[in-house]
Structure formats: structure tokens, C-alpha cells
Design a protein around this ligand. Structure first.
Ligand code: SER
Length: 693
């Protein structure tokens, strides 16, 4: 049965059983805290928590998914992948354990025709928080799985949450027995444990379906479980593994979803003694994942999602070179990925774009990383093991990441001391932490009490010349310094400190953060790129304009959000914290429950309405009594110096707040405000995460 038929049968079966089909969502989830879409349930979370109204109590989908948990195992066995498709089904408060088990069993044995005797199952054995799942055990017995093929497992059979907090529950999983001696890594010798059962780490018992996470719990950010007032079923089967079983193969790389890719790689690897099947598997997995990630808008970079994409692209290029897979054929390989998937996922068809991204990354790889690789290869020549300090040097001086070094050393079968690397890394972090916090640690404020208050000019201008260096302390490239005047905003009011550059005579420092003491002394933290910075020097400050602007707009949006939350949820609600940088904002407030979909929408609409009013953002200096008359919330009246001027930020007639942050211009510059997530921050405190688009 080819993979198209497997998908089709799955959807038809669940539709016949009353399920509504949902389209696959993007690999980039709406939830900013979640790196990638790792399962079909990601787009279902709002329904699982009833934050969205349930229109369809039974749902199914075929979801493209990307996981990094097994990234180090790719190519080493026949079942782990980064990109895969998940065939999933859900019941939102409709059927529960018995029906979920019946549906999965019927589809596998009747529709797909898998022999019942090859199936094993596992159920949750219970732990200190959650009781054993006895019901599932009974249902499997009743449906005809004998006792000796039902195993009770612990952590492996508890699933979720996918994010910092969320719905979760015990699960029951179905395995296909590939027979003794199937372990691919050990040349078809089954694992050496006394008794090989599901949960064992070899390829024999292939988990084909998480046939039901019974989501009746919520785990919060503090790890506390509470019972949800409703039940859910969340299931997921890996298409690649089902294809393996239904196509009679031993590895996912032998199925129709991979075979054309492996053939291409073999064809374009001229020196047959250099060819290595594990590298071919890795190249096939990573090229496929790259095509999908790029098509969903991820671009290689050094941060967050972009970093993962960069990592898999570089790893793929390395393995191509390693086995000598450089006899053309790369475009053909990308085209083959598109051919396999274009009917199911039409958005991956833009060959030119995918090619451009991959080729520019190849150029960068050849110009930069190759130097580090060369250095590592020199080291390998006379060493049997690579020490932690060498790995660290490759990372710190030659820009070769630990991941990359590990990949190369593993491919070449050379040992390395990862713990030693971590120890070197820890020491360096400690040094830079000392640099960035020693001044503000307990009792340390006094270290800077002799310095004059820094003159801050950054509300009006972003660069200035002739700032005098009053203090500087270096530790390697890390530096902390104080100037007599600055344009760098110091962390405060929830807004991050500015970043940018400080330059002088043959001097260049990348400033990454700025903090201020209670007495108003600004401490700049950064890395010296060139030269040295010494007391008495004169330097120029250049704040990163784009980041400052974006952080300012986000800060203004938080003022609008603060007001909108009060208007929609009631005046008892007040701000309990905020974090604002150039990318996003986080806003905490007291509220006893999750917001409904309607409330979220109303808050978004009210903020956007006020953005569209094109109001000027006024920053006023007022004395305390005038501020009181303006109706500003002075919850902590004692904190303000009644004799000095206070800074008030006013947005039309909608919002007025005391604030030391950077605000400017007009609300029309903000763009569109969107709430990306709501969650609990701690007991009784809700958190909204939002962005400007
Ligand atoms: N969310 C569960 C999993 O990913 C079931 O779909 O295994």
C-alpha cells in the first residue's frame, strides 16, 4: 500500500466515524514559545482547553511535524526522523478510552490488514501524581490483545504538555513486532537486554500509534497537575512507520517516502567505498526537513528556529562532503522531495526559492565553517580523543558549534569529552555573568555609588560623540563600562536595555545590554570587537535604531493593552509585570481564569481600534499633583518623589500612564496587534504574549 493510500484510508475511516478533517497547520506554530509544530495536537490545544468553542467534537488531520528531540539519532536506526507526518484523531469530550481503542484497532487490523498477532500495546502504570490506567488495560484485553502483550510503562506512557504548560495525560501506544534480531544498528541482532519488550530502545518493537493520550490533566508552569473539568482523546500515528509496516520494509528509509531520495544520493556518490548508508539517511532526512521548513517561512539564522534550520543544513552539507556525494544531483534531490509531497502540501513547490536559500547557505558554509572543520581535522590527526578545552576553543575561536564538532567526530568514529566542553562553557558563562551582574548584585550597588549619575540623552537622540569613559573592566572580550553621558536606554519598566555599538580611536565594542543602579549610574555590557576601552577615553555611542524603534512600538502597544484589558475584564485587573523587546511583548495581570476566545478577540480589537485612530503619543513632564488630577493610576504613591517632575505617557484619550520607557511618534506606526498566546504565569496571574505584525 503506498503512502498516498495510507493517508486516504486513514481520513476516510475517521470521516466515516463522524470526524471532521482539519488541514495541516504550518510547521511554525502560532505559539511563540513553541519552536516547531511537533504533533497534530499543537493546533488543537485551544480546543483541548475549551478556549475555542467546540464546533466539531470529533476531528482528524494529517499534520506535517518537525521534532528535534531525536536529531542525534537520525540515520543511526531505521525509525527516527526530524520531519514526519502525523495521522491524528481527536475527541473533545465526546468518546473516551474504549472507543478510541476500538477505532485504532479496527483501522489497523481491518482496513490496513495488519496481523493482530504482531501487535503489542502499552498502558500507563501510574506514578506519584497520576494513577495507573486500568481502564485501557481492560479495554485491550476485551478487544483481544492477550495479557502477555500488554506492557505497563511509566514516563513513556504519559504525554504532554507540548509547551511550558498545557493539557496532558496518560497514553496507550500500539507497537508492531518486527521480529527478533531486527536491530538495524547492530546488524540485525536484537537488543542485548534479557527481555526485549516495547519500550526497549531497539528497532524490534516499532511504535506505530500513540492510540490515545487521555488528556484530562493540566500541568502548569510550576509542574502542578490539576484535573480538567472535561476529557479529551488525542491520537497520533507516524505515516512513515505505518508505511514501513504496510510496505513490508525494515526501515522508514526503504519506503516510498524516502526510497527515491536514497537512490539519488547513491547515484551521485561516485566513490563507492566512501559511501555510507547512515550518512545517506541523514542527508535524505535533513534535505526533506529543510525543504519543508523553508517553505513554511523559516530562514537560516543564528537564533531560535533559524538556528535549527541552519544546523540541519550544515550537517547535511558536511555529510555530503564526508561521503563524497558531490557529483551534482542536488537540485534533482530537492525536486524529488517536491515530487513526493507536492500533492499533499502544494506550498512546497517553489524550487527557485528553496534552491536560493540552500545555495546561499552553502556559500556561507564553505566560507566560514570549513575553516573550523579544517582546524578540527588538524586536531584529529594526532589525537585519539578530542578534549573539552579543544572543543571549546573550536566553538569560541573558530565558530564551530559543539553540535557540528560532534557530528563530524561521530561520523569519523573519534571520541570526545562533551562534559569537559560543558565545564569550559560554564566557566565562561560564569565570567560573563560576573561581568553583567556583579555591579547589581546584593550589596554591590555601593561599588558604583561614587560615580556621578549618568546623563541619559537617549529619549531624543540615538547617537552622540565625546562621551567620557569613567570606568571600564574587561574579562577576555567581555567588558563593562560607565560613561558620563549615553544614548543607551537602560533596562527598566519591562523594556529591555538598548544594544548597539560604542566606537573610539581604533576601538569597537558591541553593546548587548545596559542596566542602571538605583542612583542612576548606567552600566554598559558588551564585547570588545577591536582595540581597548580605558578610563579617560572619549567614545561615540550608536544605539541600534531598528531594535530601539521596535521595542518602543511594542512598549506603546503594552500601554494600549493594559488599558484594553481593564476595559474588557474590569477595573479590578491591574498590571503585574511586563517584558518588552524588539520582537515581542509579555504582559502579566491578576485574573482568576483563562480568557475566553471572545475576550481575547475583544482585547485585540480594542487595541487595534486605538492604533488605527492615528493618535500622537505624548510624553509629558508633570508635577505630582497634576499627575493625580489627570487620573493616572498611582497605585504605589509612596514610590514617587513628590518634588520632582514625573514622566507621563499619554495616548489620545485612551491611555495615560507614568512611564520611563521610550515612546515616540504616532500609533499608526505600530501596525497590527496580535495576541499569540495566553497562559497562567503563576497562581491567579494570567500572562498574555503578543506581537505587532
Ligand atoms: N500528541 C501525541 C503524540 O504526539 C498523540 O498524538 O504522540
Amino acid at each position: 500500500m503506498d503512502s498516498n493510500d495510507i493517508r486516504k484510508k486513514f481520513v476516510e475511516f475517521f470521516k466515516r466515524n463522524g470526524h471532521q478533517e482539519f488541514e495541516s497547520s504550518s510547521l511554525v506554530p502560532d505559539d511563540e514559545t513553541l519552536l516547531f509544530t511537533t504533533a497534530g495536537m499543537v493546533q488543537m490545544v485551544p480546543y483541548l482547553l475549551r478556549e475555542k468553542d467546540i464546533e466539531y467534537p470529533r476531528v482528524c488531520s494529517i499534520q506535517k511535524s518537525f521534532r528535534t528531540v531525536d536529531i542525534d539519532r537520525i540515520g543511526e536506526d531505521g525509525r527516527h526522523l526530524t520531519f514526519f507526518e502525523m495521522l491524528g484523531s481527536w475527541s473533545f469530550g465526546d468518546y473516551y478510552k474504549e472507543e478510541a481503542i476500538r477505532l485504532a484497532f479496527e483501522l489497523l487490523t481491518k482496513e490496513y490488514g495488519i496481523e493482530k498477532d504482531k501487535l503489542w500495546v502499552s498502558v500507563f502504570k501510574g506514578d506519584k501524581n497520576i494513577p495507573e490506567d486500568k481502564e485501557s488495560y481492560e479495554h485491550w484485553l476485551n478487544i483481544g490483545i492477550p495479557q502477555d502483550r500488554i506492557v505497563k510503562l511509566g514516563r513513556d506512557n504519559f504525554w504532554g504538555p507540548t509547551s511550558e504548560e498545557g493539557p496532558c495525560g496518560p497514553s496507550t501506544e500500539i507497537y508492531f513486532d518486527q521480529g527478533e534480531g531486527i536491530c538495524i544498528k547492530k546488524e540485525y541482532v536484537c537488543c542485548k537486554k534479557n527481555k526485549c519488550i516495547p519500550g526497549c530502545d531497539c528497532d524490534r518493537f516499532l511504535e506505530i500509534w500513540n492510540a490515545g493520550v487521555f488528556m484530562e490533566y493540566f500541568k502548569d508552569v510550576n509542574g502542578i497537575f490539576s484535573k480538567l473539568p472535561f476529557t479529551n482523546v488525542d491520537t497520533g500515528a507516524g505515516l512513515e512507520r505505518l508505511s514501513l509496516v504496510l510496505q513490508g520494509k525494515k526501515s522508514v528509509f526503504e519506503t516510498d517516502l524516502f526510497y527515491p531520495l536514497i537512490e539519488n544520493i547513491k547515484k551521485h556518490t561516485p566513490e563507492k567505498d566512501k559511501f555510507n548508508i547512515n550518512s545517506a539517511y541523514l542527508i535524505a532526512d535533513h534535505v526533506k526537513a529543510s525543504v519543508f521548513l523553508i517553505s513554511d517561512g523559516v530562514l537560516p539564522s543564528n537564533e531560535y528556529r533559524g538556528y535549527i534550520l541552519r544546523r540541519i543544513i550544515r550537517r547535511m552539507f558536511y555529510h555530503k562532503t564526508f561521503i563524497g556525494n558531490n557529483d551534482g544531483g542536488f537540485i534533482d534531490l530537492i525536486e524529488k522531495v517536491i515530487d513526493i509531497y507536492k500533492d499533499q502540501y502544494p506550498n512546497i513547490s517553489d524550487l527557485d526559492r528553496i534552491q536560493n536559500v540552500l545555495f546561499s547557505e552553502d556559500l556561507l558554509y564553505s566560507n566560514t565553517i570549513l575553516k573550523g572543520i579544517k582546524k578540527l581535522e588538524d586536531m584529529i590527526k594526532d589525537k585519539k580523543i578530542i578534549l573539552g578545552e579543544d572543543l571549546f576553543k573550536l566553538h569560541d575561536t573558530y565558530g564551530l558549534s559543539l553540535d557540528m564538532s560532534k557530528d563530524i567526530l561521530k561520523a569519523k568514529g573519534i571520541k570526545f569529552d562533551e562534559r569537559g566542553f560543558q565545564e569550559n562553557m560554564r566557566r565562561q558563562q560564569e565570567r560573563s555573568r560576573m561581568n553583567s551582574t556583579f555591579s547589581l548584585g546584593k550589596g554591590m550597588e555601593s561599588d558604583f555609588s561614587d560615580f556621578p549619575k549618568t546623563e541619559f540623552l537617549g529619549y531624543d537622540i540615538l547617537s552622540l560623540k565625546d562621551a567620557k569613559v569613567l570606568y571600564s573592566q574587561r574579562n577576555g572580550d567581555d567588558v563593562t563600562f560607565i560613561l558620563d553621558k549615553t544614548t543607551f536606554y537602560a533596562e527598566g519598566g519591562g523594556q529591555v536595555g538598548d544594544s548597539g555599538k560604542v566606537v573610539g580611536n581604533e576601538l569597537e565594542v558591541d553593546v548587548s545590554n545596559v542596566k542602571k543602579t538605583k542612583l542612576g549610574v548606567y552600566l554598559h555590557f558588551g564585547k570588545v570587537v577591536n582595540g581597548d576601552i580605558k578610563e579617560g577615553d572619549f567614545v561615540s555611542c550608536y544605539v541600534d535604531k531598528e531594535k530601539r524603534e521596535k521595542a518602543s512600538f511594542n512598549h506603546t502597544a503594552v500601554h494600549l493593552l493594559n488599558e484594553a484589558v481593564k476595559k474588557i475584564l474590569g477595573n479590578d485587573v491591574s498590571q503585574k509585570g511586563a517584558f518588552i523587546d524588539s520582537e515581542r511583548m509579555r504582559f502579566d495581570f491578576n485574573f482568576p481564569r483563562a480568557l475566553t476566545e471572545d475576550e481575547i478577540k475583544a482585547i485585540e480589537d480594542l487595541v487595534n481600534l486605538n492604533i488605527s485612530k492615528n493618535e500622537e503619543i505624548e510624553v509629558l513632564e508633570k508635577n505630582f499633583d497634576d499627575v493625580k488630577k489627570m487620573g493616572v493610576d498611582l497605585a504605589f504613591e509612596d514610590r514617587y518623589d513628590k518634588n520632582s517632575k514625573l514622566r507621563v505617557v499619554k495616548i489620545g484619550d485612551f491611555s495615560v500612564e507614568l512611564c520611563g520607557g521610550t515612546h515616540f511618534g504616532n500609533t499608526s506606526s505600530l501596525g497590527h496587534f496580535k495576541i499569540t498566546k495566553q497562559e497562567s504565569a503563576s497562581k491567579g496571574i494570567r500572562r498574555i504574549r503578543a506581537i505587532l505584525e
